[in-house]
Design a protein around this ligand. Structure first.
Ligand SMILES: NC(=O)c1ccc[n+]([C@@H]2O[C@H](COP(=O)([O-])OP(=O)(O)OC[C@H]3O[C@@H](n4cnc5c(N)ncnc54)[C@H](OP(=O)(O)O)[C@@H]3O)[C@@H](O)[C@H]2O)c1
Length: 345
């Protein structure tokens, strides 16, 4: 089958289209004909070789696909929602690498049946982005209507999902993004759009919320974590779920940048957390896949919100699979608004 292979760690040019053996599903796995692939920032980190658990090159990256079940391997097991999957059903699935290809073999517990009528483009844009945002803000963070949340990278994949979910639940939204995306933030309902090149986000938050806010969603990392902490008031929750700061503009692995970013991460002393009444919440969706029933419940709620029009994935740009390098460059150059997807013909 055709796949996009990372032949060595590095800039987007390391992608190479190759014919690789078709995946052979083992017991408990579904063979899926891939239609669309969600491109995540984590894929860029995989390509650079700085994402935890990335295989040695050559490898096929990627974390999520939408497509059609071709067959279930014998004693195939049950998906998280109970009803056995059948050939021909439309699904989304978490892959843990091996997504940038025409076919994928995926453990059935990581496969979720799509609601009737959901296009594959929307489907591939939902699992990672919306589950990360939903799990952080409502499952772990227990945010309530009227609470105030700051979303970093609010025009990106997880960012737009977080803003839509926050709006649907009546939250007050602060959002950061680069200068060209400010108007878009206001359009999607960010109450306080912050251009991080022009303004200090701590000052903006404290201006409108002198007592501090209830949550910051921070995937930037490094010194950003301490600044995000400064935005919080009593009962505040800092959700740490990424380290974008470790990825430089050239798309290459840099030991110096990586070590500097790590060194800038603050240590949160439990006694200080207690005295400030603040929680630090870590979220890593990739390490939650064993909690299939929990994710299923959260995804069901997200699908319900989709069905009632409360959320709608924003596909910033769609590339054919063979243009995976261009898709990565697009995100790396910070051009994307919402989700980037790859399509398989
Ligand atoms: N822990 C989890 O389970 C989990 C799940 C999903 C995503 N994440 C993390 O969440 C973050 C967002 O992921 P995403 O897939 O939705 O990506 P995304 O936000 O669409 O990523 C691209 C955007 O990030 C911003 N950005 C900030 N620092 C950057 C840098 N050093 N290089 C390039 N862009 C940078 C840019 O927006 P501006 O122009 O506004 O700066 C850019 O457009 C990533 O850190 C990702 O690893 C974590």
């Amino acid at each position: 089958m055709r796949a996009m292979v990372v032949r060595k760690y590095g800039a987007p040019e390391v992608f190479e289209p190759r014919e690789v053996p078709d995946p052979q599903p083992k017991a408990g796995e579904a063979l899926i004909r891939v239609k669309t692939i969600g491109v995540n920032f984590a894929d860029l980190l995989q390509r650079m070789g700085i994402y935890p658990g990335t295989p040695k090159p050559p490898f096929v990256p990627g974390l999520e696909i939408a497509g059609v079940v071709e067959k279930i391997a014998e004693s195939g097991g049950k998906p998280a929602e109970g009803e056995p999957l059948r050939a021909g059903e439309a699904v989304v699935a978490f892959t843990q690498f091996n997504a940038y290809a025409a076919w994928a073999a995926v453990p059935v517990r990581q496969v979720y049946r799509l609601p009737a009528g959901m296009p594959f483009d929307d489907a591939a844009a939902i699992p990672v982005n919306y589950l990360t945002a939903y799990h952080s803000m409502f499952a772990m963070g227990n945010l309530q209507s009227g609470d105030r949340v700051l979303v970093h990278g609010a025009a990106g994949g997880v960012g737009v999902a977080a803003v839509q979910l926050a709006r649907a639940r009546g939250l007050v939204i602060f959002g950061t993004a680069g200068p060209t995306k400010q108007e878009y933030l206001r359009k999607i309902g960010v109450d306080h759009a912050i251009d991080y090149e022009k303004n200090d986000f701590v000052e903006v938050v404290r201006k409108f919320a002198p007592d501090g806010i209830e949550m910051v969603m921070d995937p930037i990392g490094g010194k950003c974590f301490s600044r995000s902490y400064k935005c919080l008031g009593p009962t505040g929750r800092l959700v740490v779920y990424g380290l974008s700061a470790a990825a430089g503009p050239d798309g290459k692995r840099s030991l110096t940048r990586g070590l500097t970013t790590l060194a800038q991460i603050p240590r949160f002393h439990p006694m200080k957390l207690m005295s400030d009444n603040i929680s630090v919440i870590g979220v890593n969706l990739g390490r939650l896949l064993s909690r299939g029933a929990m994710l299923r419940g959260e995804l069901d709620e997200i699908f319900r919100m989709y069905a009632t029009g409360k959320i709608k994935p924003v596909i910033g740009k769609s590339f054919p699979l063979v243009e995976a390098a261009a898709a990565h460059r697009y995100i790396q150059e910070r051009k994307n608004i919402g989700k980037v997807i790859l399509t398989v013909k």
